[in-house]
Design a protein around this ligand. Structure first.
Ligand code: PLP
Length: 348
């Protein structure tokens, strides 16, 4: 029998391709994708565009590259980008928008989900004043990673996009975990992406592919994004080998995200009953943020759980994040939660 350990909850990026996924990969038809000749990539891009209700899609290496290429396509040097202060693009993507695109991040309080219209109006630079960068783009994130995996609704997105378009801004959605949001809310991916101008979705998070993301948008936008993908070194050759895993993931691993959400909810309940402080998240998905009593306790708890092969990460001196995914079963979720509570109690 396979051991239940290790139980790796540090991210949903740690999933490994299943036997069925590897079989599909070994049989994938391939060609040179820079020439547009990889039939599997063409199929994946069509499937992604259709699912997201957009005219076209572009296969890119990662979520970071998908966001960067999208932003480079929307903006020119010196343009202002309204962006959440807690967003992944701003905090965890090496400042690529500023380094490679010369864009000016205009930080808004995203309050662990979407910014309010009042907040956007507060930060939006006045037009026709040479002192200010001209704002051209609003970036939003759904689900929101630092927001504990909170899912925003299509109605909330529509209201922000309405404001952005009235003010001459385009909107890009970082939908690294868009399918977690749609499964949690019971809406289609197309409904979620309907109003935004571009969206980036990751195939390598909860969906379980080894790599890759799709940018979905209008045909004109994707034609221009293709140039940027090449410039940042993202033009790949016989990449159908991994694109096939992305197709498999879209076809087989979306609906099952509900299991991950149920497992996260189970862990949250066990931790709460065990006396740990768990952060409440409305419309939660596959993440649980919780904290120890002190920084020292946090280090001890992390180490004790790691010694028992229950792995999760710290996000600040005394706060942890764990993420459920398709390589963690219900029984493993239960076991991990019990181990955390046992070790927490030993700290006294
Ligand atoms: C919200 C969000 N956006 C973008 C990314 C970047 O994806 P990648 O790691 O594929 O570059 C991540 C990665 O975890 C993420 O959580």
């Amino acid at each position: 029998m396979l051991s239940a350990f290790p139980i790796d909850l540090k991210s949903d990026t740690v999933t490994k391709p299943s036997a069925a996924m590897r079989k599909i990969m070994s049989e994938a038809e391939v060609g040179d994708d820079v020439y547009g000749e990889d039939p599997t990539v063409v199929l994946l891009e069509r499937a992604g565009a259709q699912l997201l209700g957009k005219e076209a899609a572009l296969y890119v290496t990662s979520g970071t590259q998908g966001n960067l290429v999208s932003l480079l396509t929307h903006c020119v040097r010196g343009d202002g980008v309204l962006i959440g202060k807690d967003s992944h693009i701003l905090n965890y993507e090496g400042g690529g928008l500023a380094v490679l695109g010369g864009m000016v991040p205009l930080q808004v309080d995203d309050a662990k989900s979407l910014p309010s219209i009042e907040e956007l109006e507060r930060v939006m630079p006045a037009k026709g004043n040479v002192h200010f960068a001209t704002a051209k783009l609003l970036c939003i994130e759904n689900t929101h990673n630092r927001g504990g995996g909170h899912a925003s609704t299509p109605q909330e997105v529509a209201s922000l996009v309405g404001w952005a378009h009235e003010n001459g801004l385009s909107v890009h959605m970082d939908g690294a975990r868009l399918f977690n949001a749609t499964v949690a809310l019971g809406v289609t991916p197309a409904e979620m992406a309907k109003d935004v101008d571009s969206v980036q979705i990751c195939l390598s998070k909860g969906l379980g592919a080894p790599m890759g993301s799709l940018i979905c948008a209008s045909s004109d936008f994707i034609d221009r994004a293709r140039y940027w993908r090449k410039k940042v070194g993202g033009g790949l050759r016989q990449v159908g080998v991994v694109a096939s895993a992305g197709l498999y993931a879209l076809e087989n691993n979306v609906a099952r995200l509900k299991d991950d959400h149920d497992n996260a909810s189970l862990i949250k309940d066990v931790l709460q009953k065990g006396g740990l402080r768990v952060f409440e998240v409305a419309r939660a998905t596959n993440m649980v943020y919780f904290s120890a009593k002190s920084e020292t306790d946090a280090d001890k708890l992390l180490a004790a759980c790691r010694a028992r092969e229950v792995i999760f990460n710290k996000t600040s001196s005394d706060t942890f994040r764990l993420v459920t995914h398709l390589d963690v079963s219900r029984a493993q979720a239960q076991t991990a939660a019990s181990v955390i509570v046992e070790e927490y109690r030993k700290l006294g």
